[in-house]
Design a binder for this molecule. Structure first.
Ligand code: ADP
Ligand code: MG
Length: 697
């Protein structure tokens, strides 16, 4: 007889069949019985808490109510057509609404019948309603659970009778069928120490329990498992990484001293000094440095990179600095070459648009050691670029670079692995950084250079546009420069371009020549044109820079102290923060105007208000993670690294720390070899993905 287990295809489960199986796979990525069991509830309804309709208000949130259905009717015309009904209990009545699938839903509703209704209260214009509620005919004879789990479903599934309730039924069947075969994943010793349930118990309770305390413990246990395995994998890769030998830079030499004593115009902040020390100590250890340098926009990461490069040069090694865009790379080149020239150091610039002849000359210079530093875009990765003795690679704004690209850099010196310094302006909360960059060491610049004033940020609706223009003129009268940024969304490049051009036309009328001079920058321009416009703005030949988000990364024009972000609601929080970071770099008070339309989602409102409330990159990053979930941070989505089903690196901070500690102990004491930990070892080996872990950064 066929033995069912968690790997059995879902189509074999009683009551599912091939059609539903296909739907489950396509809509929810559920392929096996085990996948179904791991489709966890996202919410629970407490059936004991039925709310009286007259007790409802706009802030009631998700509620369960019980009443008789009446007055089912279609209202509105054409595209605004929707289905409406009343639900009445002894205390009052409330409106139920359906905007989609109205025809189909109308057929299923029974007038005059007693229903249990579950949904979220809306309180628009003072009248209360529930949109797309869950409807269950109330049957007092039927014995039901007192806690009803709710599952994510999709519209398509709902229409094919795979609503939350049906999913629940199938999950119950699945647990009955294969529950006893569910393997344990955490050794008893760990479960005891952290008061966790067995996996079988936990999976049972999370779906079927009628006791909130048990559900809570089940969730904690399952989260623990997710996080524990992640930590073990990270720590293991870290352990193998640390064995890589690296070049020893033990001298602080003439270049470093000369720059530090004669060219450096400001005193380093305490945080910069600390980070430079950390890097210095890495570079002389004899191990390859793999360090992530985190620092908010404007915190002064470039100078740290420069000092690190000088350390490499003083030890007769070459250095490369790579930036994600041509503009940014050019900017680094411009500021570095001035400094390097004074020190008698040869530096070259390479990008996609470098001419072949020049390219050849650079390659020769680098291979022979004439040229010590190369600055450029990902063109640096090309095979034709060879070095005599590459010792350090600095990667600016790392999130724009792919993982595979970075690996190429490691091969640029046949004598060994160059040291790597990755710089990012995306501040990440500690628990997240630990997990995401487990195999990198982390340095943080958590202090701004003295004298910086926080950028004053305001949110304006379209109706305040005239006021905005007035204020911009006042800023221009003070000789300030202004950025005006338009969104660029990959899917609709043509539309965005149109949007930018329309905006530009309006601005030309409001800020006419010859009094005002404007630059424009967008993705359709040739690199040389972009550079020309950028240079005009840097020299203050133009006062206004109208652009798409190409301006986002790293651009540094200290006199530009005003930023206008058009359609600000279309940007994510971290992008808004990056954009705003272009201003506030000089000593003048800086301003940021967030322009938006009236139609704002709750999420967009929250983003804009967060921007108005704070300049703190860490606070913004945390809020961002709360709004988006960490899943899509820096392309981690595809990698699957942070694809936890239950755990959250932000909200479960304590569990993250606990699992880290547990994983550390396991590895330190070599527990994976102990018999009761064999399942852990087996699971790690089974997970082929574990190798790709180390490639995240
Ligand atoms: P980011 O970290 O965003 O790359 P930058 O390195 O571009 O920031 O630095 C922003 C600005 O601050 C630059 O104009 C830089 O010269 C200046 N700066 C950096 N460190 C200091 C400091 N310790 N004191 C004063 N100004 C500084
Ligand atoms: Mg920078």
């Amino acid at each position: 007889m066929y033995q069912y287990n968690t790997t059995t295809p879902i189509g074999y489960l009683k009551g599912v069949g091939p059609k539903k199986a296909e739907l489950l796979e396509n809509e929810l990525n559920i392929r096996t019985i085990g996948d179904l069991i791991h489709h966890y509830p996202y919410r629970y309804i407490d059936k004991k808490k039925v709310v009286q309709i007259n007790q409802l208000n706009a802030h009631s949130g998700w509620v369960l109510i019980k009443g008789t259905l009446s007055t089912i009717k279609t209202i509105g015309q054409h595209r605004k057509k929707r289905l409406s009904a009343q639900l009445k209990d002894s205390s009052g009545k409330v409106e139920l609404l359906w905007f989609r699938s109205a025809v189909w839903i109308e057929k299923t509703l029974q007038n005059g019948t007693l229903y249990e209704v579950y949904g979220k209260i809306n309180g628009f214009n003072g009248s209360l309603s529930i949109a797309h509620p869950e409807m269950t005919i109330y049957d007092p004879k039927k014995k039901t659970k007192s806690i009803l789990p709710k599952y994510n479903s999709t519209e398509k599934l709902n229409q094919r009778s795979l609503s939350s309730n049906f999913l629940f039924k199938h999950i119950k069947t699945a647990l009955d069928t294969v529950g006893a075969t569910i393997p344990e994943t955490l050794p008893a010793a760990l479960r005891k120490k952290y008061a966790l349930s067995s996996r079988r118990e936990a999976l049972h309770a999370i779906h079927l329990s009628d006791d909130f305390a048990r559900i809570q413990n089940a969730r904690t246990s399952l989260k623990f498992e997710e996080l524990f395995y992640t930590q073990i994998k990270i720590l293991r890769t870290k352990a193998t990484k640390e064995k890589s030998k690296g070049f020893v830079f033990d001298k602080i030499g003439a270049h470093f001293h000369s720059f530090f004593n004669t060219q450096l115009e400001f005193e380093l902040t305490g945080a910069q000094k600390r980070v430079v020390k950390e890097i210095r100590s890495d570079l002389k250890k004899g191990m390859q440095m793999n360090r992530l340098l985190q620092g908010d926009v404007g915190s002064g990461k470039t100078i740290v990179a420069l000092l690190s490069i000088l350390m490499a040069l003083d030890n007769q090694y070459q250095a490369a600095i790579m930036a994600p865009t041509e503009i940014l790379a050019k900017q680094h080149y411009a500021s570095f070459s001035k400094i390097f020239e004074a020190l008698g150091i040869q530096v070259c610039f390479l990008s996609g648009s470098t001419k072949t002849k020049e390219r050849k000359a650079f390659s020769k210079g680098l291979a022979e050691g004439e040229i010590s530093v190369i600055v450029g875009t990902h063109a640096l990765l090309e095979e034709s670029v060879e070095f005599k003795n590459l010792g350090l690679v600095v990667i600016d704004e790392q999130h724009k670079f792919g993982v595979a690209q970075r690996a190429k850099l490691w091969k640029k010196n046949p004598k060994g692995l160059p040291h790597i310094l990755v710089m990012t302006a995306t501040p990440i909360p500690r628990t997240l950084a630990m997990t995401l960059y487990g195999d990198l060491d982390i340095s943080v610049i958590d202090q701004m250079p003295a004298g910086r004033k926080p950028v004053k940020t305001q949110h304006y609706f379209e109706k305040s546009r005239l006021k905005l223009f007035g204020e911009l003129k006042a800023h221009l009268a003070q000789n300030r420069q202004i950025y005006i940024v338009y969104p660029l969304i990959e899917e609709s490049k043509t539309l965005d371009y149109q949007n930018l051009m329309d905006g530009y036309d309006t601005l030309l009328r409001v800020f006419p020549l010859p009094e005002y001079k404007m630059s424009i920058l967008h993705g359709r321009m040739k690199p040389a044109e972009k550079e020309f416009e950028m240079a005009r703005f840097v020299k203050a030949d133009t006062q206004i820079m109208v652009s798409t988000t190409v301006i986002e990364v790293g651009v540094n024009v200290p006199n530009a102290s005003v930023m206008v972000i058009e359609n600000a609601e279309k940007f994510g929080l971290s992008q808004l923060h990056q954009l705003r970071g272009r201003v506030g770099r000089g000593s003048a008070q800086s301003y940021c105007y967030l322009m938006s339309s009236y139609k704002l989602s709750e999420n967009a409102k929250k983003r804009l208000s967060t921007m108005c409330e704070t300049n703190d990159g860490f606070k913004i990053a945390e809020q961002d993670l709360k709004l988006r979930g960490p899943g899509d941070l820096m392309g981690t989505k595809q990698s699957g690294v942070l694809d936890f089903k239950l755990a959250s690196l932000i909200e479960d901070e304590e569990l993250v720390m606990q699992t880290r500690e547990a994983a550390q102990k396991v590895l330190e004491h070599n527990l994976l070899e102990r018999e009761d930990f064999h399942m852990v070892k087996a699971n790690i080996l089974k997970d082929k993905q574990s190798l790709s872990w180390s490639r995240i950064s």
